[in-house]
Design a protein around this ligand. Structure first.
Ligand code: UTP
Length: 286
């Protein structure tokens, strides 16, 4: 079945980015000059997603205004087509709508908040602090897998075993190239208990049945409704695959991860490469 809708949870507190996240949503923090949120909306649009549902919270109104046309700004920039394109581009990517999660009760709860907007069809969940660079993007790769197997798909990435205890990992059996059939999932396992080193990355293609599961999911770690717990319930009735995506992932959820992403993106871009190289060179000599 066609995947037409994406849910982007963006209602978290962003505590790892305090103090800036007191008033600036983490999801609008930039890699170089573009908000993380825009990268993932572009990734969704590239995969043919028509409707993007962003879950925000009271106090994060700047997320909605980022996607709205700004006629006054357009007027000011009328003599600079290059800037005008940049400003308008984001409003033309997909149809974007918003739902409000009143309290940050967890990722599973955030997804459940989008239930009515998604309706009775499969959809993709994209976490805006996992940024992956690849053409085609991860969502496009996963849509292809999901359609081939007519099943839900979770993105995974092999991690060094020494740091596996920091991640949620899947228990899965091989089902083909880069593909595994999921039997279970464990949050932050001890290295000796970890069923695999395949960590779950923030992209999920899910059937609408996930909503009934999330509705029945009890708050788990930190009193939050965890998406992983909902997925474990879903596994009892639906097949789920783990897909090792192609691409480089950046962790935009921490200041150091975002700094690294900004530097690598700047090194990859023609207009910023040389200046970044000489900056890094000069720091090296200090
Ligand atoms: P994170 O755990 O990375 O985000 O959730 P966070 O909770 O905002 O950050 P920290 O841990 O306090 O630093 C992944 C995504 O899920 C969203 C976040 O906004 C982020 O985009 N999320 C998380 C929600 O929408 N609602 C929640 O209740 C929790």
């Amino acid at each position: 079945m066609e995947i037409r809708k994406a849910v982007i949870p963006a209602a978290g507190l962003g505590t790892r980015f305090l103090p800036v996240t007191k008033s600036v949503p983490k999801e609008l923090l930039p890699i170089l000059d573009k908000p993380m949120l825009q990268y993932v909306v572009e990734e969704a649009a590239e995969a043919g997603i028509e409707q993007v549902i962003i879950v925000t919270s009271p106090g994060k109104e700047s997320i909605a205004s980022y996607f709205q046309p700004q006629p006054d700004l357009d007027n000011c920039l009328s003599g600079s087509p290059e800037f005008l394109d940049k400003v308008r581009h984001v409003s033309n990517l997909a149809q974007v709508s918003f739902v409000i999660q009143e309290q940050p009760l967890g990722l599973g709860h955030a997804v459940l908040t989008a239930r009515e907007a998604v309706g009775d069809e499969p959809f993709v969940v994209i976490l805006p602090d996992d940024i992956v660079v690849h053409i085609p993007g991860v969502v496009a790769q996963m849509v292809e897998v999901s359609q081939r197997y007519n099943a839900g798909v979770v993105a995974v990435e092999p991690m060094p075993w020494e740091i596996v205890q920091n991640y949620g990992v899947v228990d899965a059996v091989s089902a083909g190239t880069r593909l595994h059939k999921i039997r279970g999932m464990v949050e932050k396992p001890k290295r000796e208990d970890a069923p695999s080193n395949l960590s779950i990355v923030g992209r999920y293609i899910l059937p609408p049945e996930i909503f009934q599961c999330l509705e029945r999911t009890k708050p788990g770690a930190k009193g939050e409704i965890q998406l992983t717990d909902g997925l474990l319930m879903l596994l009892k009735q639906e097949e789920l695959f783990a897909y090792e995506f192609l691409g480089t992932r950046y962790d935009g959820g921490t200041p150091m991860g975002l700094l690294r992403a900004s530097l690598e993106f700047a090194l990859a871009r023609d207009d910023t490469r040389e200046e970044t190289r000489s900056l890094l060179g000069s720091l090296d000599n200090q």
